[in-house]
Design a protein around this ligand. Structure first.
Ligand code: MTE
Ligand code: MO
Length: 420
């Protein structure tokens, strides 16, 4: 076995032991079941190799998949043009305005025209006392897999909202960023004001984000400043933020709403494979690894179900609820977080982590988690492998929200060819 593989597995075990011990009595009980799980994963050379191939938990900023509208794409502009349009930290300006069509009553507006627009220095001043950081997976509602996983840092949006001194008729906040000088290319999103002012259900706040994985937010990721909405799909997290409107509209007025998207849908949970052999010898155990997106309802289990294509599926059970699903092993965090974090450490004070930099819960809600399993050897034939999550409420994927335009949760299926 390669030495790096041994180290990687040892890391996973060490970290998870430390983690469970830190939990006291409940942790001790969990620890008892841990060696079993660990052995199950560690006992086989093939699965060890598969685990070693897993991506790190955090995605380096340059490896994110990019979902950017605009012609040309704003982050491809020259440095000169970026400076001209306020897409650098030195030149960034945020206008905070009352919606001219449905005005909220505010005492102040921040505008370019009278030189009062909010700038990066003012944001950093707020950051001194108000900065927060939290892990979040960025996922496009219209794409099946996450774009990347990061620790996002910023100032709660409400801090800037209060500077405008709103007094009444404020029900919704909408915002957009620079695309180019053509207004028709604007890409807008919105939130009910209540979600900006308060953080229900232990969610992190909606932020004006300026750092990702401990580094200044790159132009590709929406820098200098983007919105990040913790529980939402990506289209709420507007990049190259330039305008914030306080409004009395009562409904969502997002650009994404025009494309039949369910714009109020929070992130769903789902499982996907990462690596498996597409062709395998008969009788040979099959190592499978994957990731799960822990949505608003998190993940309590990942399960797999393999069936010969020669066998018939029961009718009237389109989500395979009666199938013989088997639990896969949810992997504890690895000692290496990835993502190019400075010093490899989780930034201090990151929500969801304790003072030693260990996660308080695992899996973490609104984040990725990895899983692995070793399927028994099979006779020759073609098979379909499916995987699914069970959320913390006990809902099996794709329930409780199976609709495609509310975000991906369909059960993944892949083919495995077992040959003599
Ligand atoms: N200004 C602006 N912000 C935007 C977009 C855009 O086209 N323009 N795309 C959105 C969509 S649809 C998604 S899924 C996320 C993707 O974030 P990422 O490119 O950092 O991965 O950005 C959102 N923010
Ligand atoms: Mo998206």
């Amino acid at each position: 076995m390669r030495e790096s593989v041994v180290r990687l597995i040892a890391d996973h075990l060490v970290v998870s032991r430390r983690y469970f011990l830190g939990l006291g009595v409940a942790g001790a009980a969990a620890l008892k079941s841990l060696p079993l799980h660990a052995e199950e994963v560690v006992s086989d050379d093939a699965i060890q190799k598969a685990i070693a191939k897993l991506e790190p938990w955090l995605t380096p900023t340059s490896d994110f998949r990019d979902v950017s509208r605009g012609k040309p794409i704003p982050h491809s502009l020259s440095e000169e043009k970026k400076a001209e349009v306020g897409m650098t930290r030195d030149t960034w300006k945020l206008e905070v305005l009352s919606d001219p069509d449905k005005p909220a009553r505010v005492r102040k507006e921040f505008k370019k025209s009278d030189n009062t627009a909010f700038d990066f220095a003012a944001l950093m001043e707020l950051a001194k006392t108000k900065a927060v950081r939290f892990p979040k997976v960025m996922t496009c509602l219209n794409i099946g897999c996450p774009l990347g996983m990061g620790i996002w840092e910023g100032v709660p949006l409400r801090e800037v909202l209060w500077l405008a001194e709103p007094t009444e008729n404020l029900r919704r906040v909408f915002y957009y960023g620079y695309h180019n000088d053509e207004p028709s290319q604007m890409f807008r999103s919105s939130m009910p004001v209540g979600r900006i002012l308060e953080d229900p259900f232990d969610l992190p706040p909606v932020i004006l984000c300026y750092k990702l994985n401990g580094e200044w937010l790159s132009s590709e990721r929406g820098g200098p400043v983007r919105v990040v909405v913790p529980e939402a799909y990506g289209f709420k997290s507007i990049k190259w933020l330039s305008h914030l409107y306080l409004s009395n509209v009562h409904g969502a007025n997002d650009t994404y709403a025009d494309a039949n998207n369910d714009v109020d849908s929070p992130l769903k949970s789902f499982a996907a494979t990462f690596d498996f052999p597409a062709v395998v010898k008969a009788g040979q155990p099959i190592p499978v690894t994957g990731y799960a997106q822990a949505g608003i309802a998190s993940v309590s289990k990942v399960q797999v179900f393999i069936q010969s294509n020669a066998e018939k599926l029961p009718t009237g059970d389109k989500y395979f609820t009666k199938a013989p699903w088997k639990d896969a092993t949810i992997l504890p965090p690895s000692a290496e977080w990835g993502g190019g974090l400075p010093d490899g450490e989780i930034p201090e004070g990151t929500l969801g982590f304790d003072t030693t930099g260990q996660p308080k819960t695992w899996p973490m809600r609104l984040a990725k988690v990895h899983w692995a399993t070793l399927l028994p050897g099979m006779p020759a034939g073609k098979y379909t492998l499916r995987c699914r999550t069970i959320d913390e409420q006990g809902h099996a994927q794709p329930m409780p929200r199976p609709f495609r335009k509310s975000g991906h949760a369909a059960i993944e299926q892949v083919t495995i060819d077992v040959q003599v």
